[in-house]
Design a protein around this ligand. Structure first.
Ligand code: ATP
Length: 512
């Protein structure tokens, strides 16, 4: 566990050192849960977007992409349920003035009890050594059983109070559990209130209530309100999908864990419109397709697990998360939701406009059902970075930090290096650079020893380094070094393009 926490710290500092991610407005000490993508981070992020866009939009005949505005008519959020129900229960400590999510405080309390149980198990494991039967111990030890029972009771009370919006009940639970504020150590709590997660602002030209508009908390609604525009102008036939990549904003109360939970983040969402009754078929289809998309990156299948929801959001009749083993443990990376006809029906009702599809095969009008896939771009970024980052011990005893990024996602595909800064080598290297940069994002590097330059490229995930030496001037060959194997091979300059293409081409990834 400790090792994994170290990994997050290492990834954060590596990301900063090499220009992937910076704390936002750092010269003013930063802004909580807000980050900027640097020169390499924006390349990596763009490549993740491309992978998604190519695979979802360009490789599918029946999916098209849009780019809707962040601001939408305020009634959108009434219709979607976000004004009334997009809430987190929050509680303040009067002494420290710190604000917490009430459910998170309770969950952390439960986690402490779990740790007690684990300690008990560890102690017994030591005591009984080889003779220890963990399952039996957990099933019979009175301390463990008592604590398990406690956890169950707390979870039940939390679920019931939250489901019934019984905020006094939630507070009573916090009091009964004697939960203290981690900062002040006191139990001097305010009432629990519902806190809407949407950011609002004012529209300049209108006065009064109508002036309040929101920063969209999800990109999905921009797709729903454009459903008929796209269907008609694109002559789309059901089943079909509309995809979008864009910013979303949520005033998260507990925002932490680097770019995992931010207040401004990016989503890659696709809404797939289907015949009523077909939704479970498509839900299962997209669950499998999305998991395969993640696994194709080759980070390792062990990083993924599926989590089917028991408690469903108000709009869903089935929902599942693809979870990723982040440095903080398994957490949601993508959600696949069967959203029924909830959103389109709501928009019909609130707008007074029909949002229906005429199905020529059935000779019938209906409001389509929707299956949604929604993945956080920033969470993808963190998943890719943290699974690719390694400190390797080499045979000669030295160490190297390497980002073994999937080649298609790497910011630079190849670094071109002259062995020395003289004898016409830089000129020759520049010629190669100027040719290859039409096809690949390349970097030129002539500073420091070759060994140091290789390490620098390893640290930013560049799959290939090309070294131009004196032999190059004689026979137009160069050495090309592979990031992962560190092996070098001599190839003709004329073969470079095909060689690099063989590794970094989107085709390799998309055909999987
Ligand atoms: P969580 O339970 O972690 O808050 P959610 O269930 O609210 O997430 P959805 O509303 O399903 O998330 O949003 C879809 C995707 O958007 C998530 O799977 C996640 O990858 C991403 N996402 C949601 N909230 C954030 C955030 N605050 N920062 C970064 N990414 C986010």
């Amino acid at each position: 566990m400790e090792q994994k926490e170290d990994l997050l710290k290492e990834v954060i500092s590596h990301a900063k050192e090499y220009g992937f991610v910076f704390p936002s407005s750092e010269i003013y000490d930063g802004l909580a849960a807000t980050y900027d993508y640097g020169q390499l981070g924006s390349e990596l992020k763009n490549n993740i977007k491309q992978y998604w866009w190519k695979s979802m939009v360009q490789m599918n005949d029946n999916i098209v992409g849009i780019d809707a505005a962040i601001f939408m008519h305020p009634t959108t959020w009434k219709a979607s349920g976000h004004v009334d129900a997009f809430n987190d229960p929050l509680i303040d400590n009067k002494d420290s003035k710190k604000r917490y999510r009430a459910d998170v405080l309770i969950e952390e309390h439960i986690e402490k009890i779990r740790q007690k149980i684990n300690k008990e198990v560890e102690k017994a494991a030591k005591k009984f050594a080889d003779a220890f039967d963990e399952a039996q111990f957990r099933a019979t030890n009175p301390n463990v059983l008592r604590n398990e029972e406690k956890i169950k009771e707390i979870e039940d009370r939390m679920r019931v109070t939250l489901e019934n919006n019984d905020l006094e009940g939630v507070k009573k639970l916090i009091e009964d559990l004697e939960i203290v504020c981690p900062i002040s150590g006191s139990r001097n709590w305010t009432e629990v209130r519902q806190f809407n997660l949407m950011f609002s602002t004012e529209l300049g030209s209108v006065a009064g209530d109508a002036a309040t508009i929101y920063l969209r908390p999800e990109t999905a609604q921009g797709i729903f309100v454009n459903f008929l525009n796209v269907q008609k102008s694109g002559r789309m036939k059901i089943p079909f999908g509309i995809a979008q990549i864009g910013k979303a904003f949520r005033n998260e109360i507990v925002a932490r864990q680097f770019i995992f939970r931010m207040r401004e983040f990016e989503q890659m969402e696709m809404q797939f419109f289907v015949r009523p009754g077909d939704e479970m078929k498509w839900y299962n289809h997209w669950k499998a397709a999305r998991l395969a998309w993640h696994k194709a990156l080759g980070l390792g299948d062990k990083y993924y697990r599926e989590h089917d929801h028991i408690k469903l959001a108000h709009y869903a009749n089935a929902a599942s998360d693809i979870e990723f083993d982040f440095p903080m443990g398994f957490k949601e990376l993508e959600g696949i939701h069967s959203r029924t006809d909830f959103d389109l029906k709501q928009h019909e009702q609130f707008s007074g406009k029909k949002l229906q599809y005429f199905d020529p095969e059935l000779n019938q009008n209906y409001v389509p059902y929707v299956v949604e896939t929604s993945v956080g771009l920033d969470r993808m970024f963190l998943a890719v970075m943290s699974a690719s980052f390694k400190n390797e011990k080499l045979e000669d005893g030295s160490e190297r930090a390497v980002l073994s990024l999937p080649a298609q996602l790497a910011p630079y595909k190849v670094a071109i290096m002259p062995l020395t800064k003289k004898d016409g080598l830089p000129e020759k290297a520049t010629d190669i650079l100027n040719d290859l940069r039409f096809d690949f994002n390349c970097q030129y590097d002539e500073k420091d020893s070759p060994g140091k330059r290789y390490r620098r490229q390893d640290a930013i995930g560049t799959p290939y380094c090309v070294m131009v030496d004196h032999q190059t001037l004689e026979d137009n060959t160069v050495t090309i070094r592979d990031r992962d194997t560190m092996l070098q091979e001599r190839v003709a300059i004329s073969e470079l393009r095909a060689k690099i293409e063989g590794k970094v081409s989107w085709r390799n990834l998309l055909a999987k």
